[in-house]
Design a protein around this ligand. Structure first.
Ligand SMILES: Cc1cc2nc3c(=O)[nH]c(=O)nc-3n(C[C@H](O)[C@H](O)[C@H](O)COP(=O)(O)OP(=O)(O)OC[C@H]3O[C@@H](n4cnc5c(N)ncnc54)[C@H](O)[C@@H]3O)c2cc1C
Length: 498
């Protein structure tokens, strides 16, 4: 990474130049908070504007009968080490925890009971189609079809961009639909056919050409990964005792200590540039009257702007200002209903840490048994259970849309009963919380990487402007955080040296 300040400059000169800058960050999700921190660190004046009443964006908490739970992101990937480094820098090293509760289960397998998700694959693609845990899901017929992959002549192997097409052609529809689709829907909210093999499983196509079969390639890649990481691939997520909301609280306190002014409940409606000065127009809700429309507030002037919202509001702000933004990516809307249950039947964690579903088999997309997965939450819940039910995926609206809060809670309870294999009664529901999110189009969807690069290039051609967040960096803290650091670094260099 480039150093924060150029080495040839006098420190006092740079400090004075930094102090003349005013950067406005629009959006207080993790991307905006991290970008604000990077600019404030070198002495720039920073104002962060967040439309909601709380910062954090997709890292959101809910209070269920006095128990604080993660209503959005609940963990972070250890990949690259940047999230962990930030968590440690913010003084939360002792709070880092590992998930428990065993693996996840699969529900909705045609003509077969629910079963644990097989271990030992990549994105659900098995290394051995005859392994008991795989055969239980795809049946003997599916296993023999998948085995054809091993017999096919290497000459038929080419470079297939679509993961779904690759899996279907080599190992058959059952492997694609019953093993791979639940994983891609759960992780990327996308059908396997839309997933870019090279982005989602780097090295798989090359290993396929090298070893001559897809299952062999999975085996070879997993062996490589184990050797590199000294651990089992797939186990690489961590959480924070007390919830991910603690990361947001610590980050907000940290940036405020650097002097960042954080304003919540302020929606940015437009940005304009005149020479090297930006004008940021905002709206604030009428505090005296909930029914009254939001009122325009005094505009802010700035020397730099960082747009850190999700894709739809970011495009609305950038449209007309930046050429070459291209077409928007599909952004799935999902809803998470979190339930607090008085249900001793769940003490034995009947479905491990949670359940993925075969697409089309259930109304819900996935379920997390949070008190089985996180020890800190189990303790906090005092014998009760927390279960998160997710609805909606790419191309399929969440089944809870249009329902009121009670209706959404009832549907989530019905789905939880089905997915956990336990009859849960409405009287066992202590509290419920529902949250809606617009998910960024996953980086692994075919064409997404090119689209992102084009937007990035267009934004970077506008002096004093930067854009961060999952719609450009890819979904997940491990993607958003290092990208926001790099993009803020680029902007502050440009501002200090123009
Ligand atoms: C349900 C769910 C679960 C997830 N689980 C995980 C997980 O376990 N691990 C993981 O690593 N990742 C997870 N992710 C992904 C991760 O949370 C996101 O990729 C990341 O938090 C996105 O951060 P962001 O800053 O790009 O955007 P956001 O978090 O969306 O923040 C954007 C902010 O901009 C604000 N805003 C929008 N418009 C305006 C405006 N006009 N003016 C002012 N402010 C505005 C919004 O209110 C919001 O606060 C999950 C995502 C979801 C939705």
């Amino acid at each position: 990474m480039t150093p924060a300040v150029p080495s040839s400059a006098e420190p006092s000169d740079l400090a004075a130049r930094a102090a003349q800058q005013h950067v406005v960050v629009i959006g207080g999700g993790i991307g905006g908070l991290v970008a604000a921190r990077e600019c404030a660190k070198v002495g720039m004046r920073v104002t962060l504007l967040e439309a909601r009443e709380a910062v954090g964006g997709s890292i959101r908490t809910a209070d269920l009968d006095g128990i604080v739970v993660d209503a959005g992101a609940e963990s972070f990937a250890t990949r690259g080490g940047t999230v962990r480094a930030l968590v440690e820098e913010l003084g939360l090293a002792d709070a880092i925890v590992r998930p428990e509760g065993g693996g996840a289960w699969l529900s909705g397998i045609p003509d077969a009971p629910d079963a644990p998700l097989p271990v030992g694959g990549i994105l659900g693609i098995p290394a051995n189609p005859f392994a008991d845990d795989v055969r239980r899901i795809i049946g003997w017929r599916g296993a023999w079809r998948a085995y054809v992959d091993r017999l096919r002549p290497p000459l038929t192997i080419g470079h297939e961009r679509s993961l779904g097409k690759l899996v279907r052609s080599r190992m058959g529809a059952r492997v694609r639909d019953r093993l791979v689709a639940p994983v891609t829907a759960g992780v990327y909210s996308a059908h396997p056919d839309e997933v870019d093999t090279d982005v989602a499983a780097p090295g798989l196509n090359a290993a396929l050409t090298r070893v001559g079969s897809l299952s062999g390639a999975v085996d070879a890649l997993r062996t490589d990964q184990k050797q590199k990481a000294g651990t089992t691939p797939g186990s690489a997520v961590l959480g924070i005792s007390g919830g991910m909301g603690r990361l947001v609280d610590a980050l907000r306190a940290d940036i405020e200590a650097y002097g960042v002014e954080v304003r919540t409940g302020v929606t940015v409606t437009s940005i304009e540039r005149t020479g090297s000065t930006w004008t940021v127009q905002t709206e604030v809700p009428d505090a005296a009257d909930d029914e009254a429309p939001d009122a325009a507030a005094e505009p802010l002037t700035a020397t730099g702007v960082i747009v850190a919202t999700a894709e739809p509001p970011a495009r609305a702000l950038l449209e007309g200002l930046v050429d070459g933004l291209g077409e928007p990516g599909a952004a799935p809307e999902i809803e998470i209903v979190t339930l607090l249950l008085d249900a001793p039947e769940l003490d034995a964690a009947p479905r491990g840490s949670g359940v993925l579903t075969v697409p089309g088999s259930h109304t819900a997309k996935a379920l997390t048994h949070s008190t089985a997965k996180w020890g800190w939450l189990r303790e906090a819940a005092g014998g009760r259970h927390v279960v998160r039910v997710s609805f909606g995926t790419q191309g399929e609206a969440a089944a809870t849309v249009g329902l009121d809060e009670d209706g959404a809670a009832r549907l989530a309870l019905t789905e939880a009963s089905a997915l956990l294999g336990v009859a849960l009664r409405p009287s066992q529901l202590v509290a419920a919380h529902r949250a809606r999110f617009v998910q960024a189009q996953p980086t692994s969807v075919i064409g997404a990487a090119e689209r992102r690069q084009a937007v990035r290039k267009a934004v970077q051609q506008t002096p004093g402007l930067a854009a961060v967040g999952a719609w450009l960096a890819g979904t997940g803290l491990a993607q958003v955080i290092p990208d926001a650091v790099a993009e803020a670094d680029r902007l502050r260099h440009a501002l200090l040296w123009r």
